[in-house]
Write a protein that binds this ligand. Structure first.
Ligand code: DP6
Length: 324
């Protein structure tokens, strides 16, 4: 008999051009295309086994059983796509340095997409997998691929998927995650972005400039201008956070230490060190730099943050099956 089981590993990704708003909440179609870097340091391993005697899906995260309605909805989609009408036992482990607060739905749904479809005996292309992962969480679309990845916004289920972005530079890029706070987010990305779409008077400008940012950052990735690349990423992140400040009710993800980190990066730049920051739906700050400048940057950051709050990541691979 065929063993209806498989395991997969997916790495998290950090967006440099952000996805912040949906035009279709059910299909998870974004308002604008986005671009990210998949990281080697943080990943999720997920094991899926379909068991004919189950009366519902069972989900364990880091060894503890969890009830998560989003997982249930997603597994119903998987059953619809694969045609296998059996419930599953799902075991996920997040490999994120303890208390880093960087666990993400991106690696979770990318790993689950591959493990759940492979366990059902179906092998899909990475493009198809990215469309499936998208239905779990938007950012998961991009974690299907490694390195730099673009999520093409599209207009329907078929046309909204991720694709790798070729790099033609020798930056040897690194990302330093500065952990400011590892508590769960105040406002989930899902509800934060929806409030922004519905109420920010600046939302139209966001979509327009995000698309321009994407075009220009891809150009910078090709022609090798790290300064242009970093400047666009930093300002795109700040625009996303400005939307939150302009929403009704307004909200923000900053903690005092987030501002300390942002200012430290800006100070280093005035001293001639090429580094830029980005920030997502939480207070942790990620610094983008070249490997050759890493030591200087870490030395400066150590003035404000203990070393166990600093995590260096390099580009990581796309989702892959694990031998189980
Ligand atoms: C700020 O992918 O978590 O990280 O699609 O509702 O699950 P849902 O949202 P999610 O949002 C990520 C938002 C972000 C920016 C980004 O990753 O592009």
């Amino acid at each position: 008999m065929q063993h209806l089981q498989a395991a997969a590993r997916a790495h998290t990704n950090i967006a440099l051009i952000k996805y912040w708003g949906k035009k279709d909440q059910n299909l998870i179609l974004p308002m604008n295309s986005s671009l990210s870097l998949t990281l080697d340091k943080f990943y999720t391993d997920t094991f899926v086994e379909y068991l004919p005697n189950l009366h519902g899906d069972i989900f364990f995260l880091n060894g503890k059983q969890k009830v998560d309605p989003k997982i249930k909805i997603f597994m119903n989609l998987i059953r619809q796509v694969t045609g296998l009408n059996v419930y599953a036992q799902i075991k996920s482990t997040n490999h994120v340095p303890t208390a880093a607060g960087l666990a993400s739905s991106a690696s979770a749904y990318a790993a689950l997409s591959l493990a759940a479809t492979a366990a059902a005996g179906k092998i899909y292309s990475k493009t198809e997998l990215s469309r499936i992962a998208r239905r779990g969480s938007g950012s998961a679309t991009r974690s299907v691929f490694g390195n730099f990845v673009e999520w093409v916004a599209g207009n329907d289920d078929q046309s909204s998927y991720a694709r790798p972005v070729k790099i033609m530079n020798d930056w040897d890029i690194r990302m330093v995650a500065i952990v400011v706070d590892s508590r769960p987010k105040k406002i989930s990305s899902r509800s934060g972005m929806q409030t922004v779409v519905e109420t920010s008077p600046f939302y139209h400008s966001w979509v327009k400039t995000a698309n321009e940012d994407l075009k220009n950052i891809k150009k910078a990735l090709k022609n090798g201008s790290f300064e242009t690349f970093g400047t666009i990423a930093e300002s795109n992140a700040l625009k996303m956070h400005a939307l939150n400040l302009s929403a009704s009710p307004h909200f923000n993800y900053f903690e005092p230490q987030s501002l300390v980190a942002m200012n430290a990066v800006e100070d280093m730049r005035t001293q001639g060190v090429q580094c830029y920051y980005t920030m997502d739906a939480g207070p942790n700050v990620k610094v983008i730099c070249k490997n050759k400048d890493l030591d200087v940057i870490l030395e400066q950051l150590h003035r404000y943050f203990p070393s166990d709050h600093l995590f260096v990541a390099a580009p990581g691979p796309g989702v892959e099956l694990l031998n189980n």
